[in-house]
Design a protein around this ligand. Structure first.
Ligand code: TRP
Length: 328
């Protein structure tokens, strides 16, 4: 059985992009792999050293993971900050990571541009912390989107460099988990390619029917097709992409046809899309609200996850300490 590790920056509520892009697949993956799903709450400090609501945001992700069907008895769900062993590995990896390669990392360069007043060492070493998250469990596979590929590549570099330096074959190089056809990118409602929290264009799993309806009815459209089989504009394609996920085949087919023969009315199209998103989100939302009431159960899940993750992490650290030459 392969080990899978995946982290998410603790942003509080999850949206449809998180769900169809990752979470839905996680639910399946958990039965076929040894999965570690964690909330990267330390990583949050690299950009927001005084982040507020760290605890509630992380807890919310745990609640929504559970609501979506992750089983804490099967997968390990935990908070990064509950596993301090990660930091010991982070330290060791930092000794073998060079300034130049960290500075050349695309995400670092982006952040330097975005927040020139806060280029801290944590930001520079974001890739070694992420590598530590992955290598602490000796992961074989990491489900990553395009924007994280370079970090995974660097993880492989740190792993093989560690092996070379200490003349060992301890780490295997983690590979991207290939979702194949299941890799779905949910676009925004504003014509942009990506649904995201910071993009401000997201529908959250916890959004009420009224909010969902409002967001969908406000979604960007165009003037409508004037010729049969006209190529769709990005904003219209985006709405179809979402419909593909939440609506049944006949509905999708009906509106595809209507677009193709130019009879489509965007008002009806959006109304149907809103109905189907609501129908999809509602059961999830109810489970989220229900779990939000179960404080001691959530505490237990977090505690249980921390224990399982730490146990595995402790083993790794003790082996690594021995390889480097410290007392075990
Ligand atoms: N950097 C990832 C992101 O922003 C989050 C992350 C942190 C992660 N550590 C990880 C993802 C380890 C996978 C494995 O999305």
């Amino acid at each position: 059985m392969e080990t899978v590790v995946s982290g998410i920056r603790s942003t509080g509520n999850l949206h449809l992009g998180n769900y169809f892009g990752a979470l839905k697949n996680f639910v399946k993956m958990q039965y076929e792999n040894r999965c570690f799903f964690f909330i990267a709450d330390y990583h949050a400090l690299t950009t927001h050293p005084t982040a507020e609501n760290i605890k509630t945001n992380a807890r919310q992700v745990i609640i929504e993971y559970l609501a979506a069907g992750l089983d804490p008895e099967i997968a390990t769900l935990y908070l990064q900050s509950d596993v301090p062993e990660v930091l010991e590995l982070y330290l060791f990896l930092n000794m073998n990571a060079y300034l130049g390669e960290l500075q050349r990392c695309t995400s670092f360069k982006d952040k330097v541009r975005q927040q020139p007043e806060n280029v801290n060492a944590g930001l520079l070493t974001y890739p070694t912390l992420m590598a530590a998250d992955i290598l602490i469990h000796k992961a074989h596979k990491v489900p990553v989107g395009k924007d994280q590929e370079q970090h995974l590549e660097m993880t492989r570099m740190f792993a093989s460099r560690f092996n070379r330096l200490y003349k060992t074959d301890y780490f295997t190089e983690p590979q991207a988990y290939n979702f194949g056809e299941n890799l779905i990118k949910i676009p925004g409602l504003d014509g942009s390619m990506k649904m995201g929290k910071s993009e401000g264009n997201a529908i959250y799993l916890i959004d009420s029917p009224e909010i969902i309806r409002k967001k969908v009815m406000k979604a960007k459209t165009d003037a409508g097709p004037t010729q049969p089989n006209q190529t769709k504009s990005q904003e219209i394609q985006n709405l179809f992409t979402i419909m593909q996920q939440v609506s049944d085949k006949n509905t999708l087919h009906f509106f595809e046809q209507a677009y193709a023969d130019t009879s489509i009315r965007y008002g009806d199209f959006k109304k149907q899309l809103a109905d189907d998103i609501i129908a999809f989100c509602n059961p999830l939302r109810e489970r989220i609200l229900d779990l939000s009431e179960k404080n001691s159960y959530i505490d237990e899940v977090i505690e249980h996850g921390a224990e399982k993750a730490r146990q595995n992490a402790r083993n790794t650290i003790s082996e690594i300490r021995e390889i480097i030459g410290f007392r075990k």
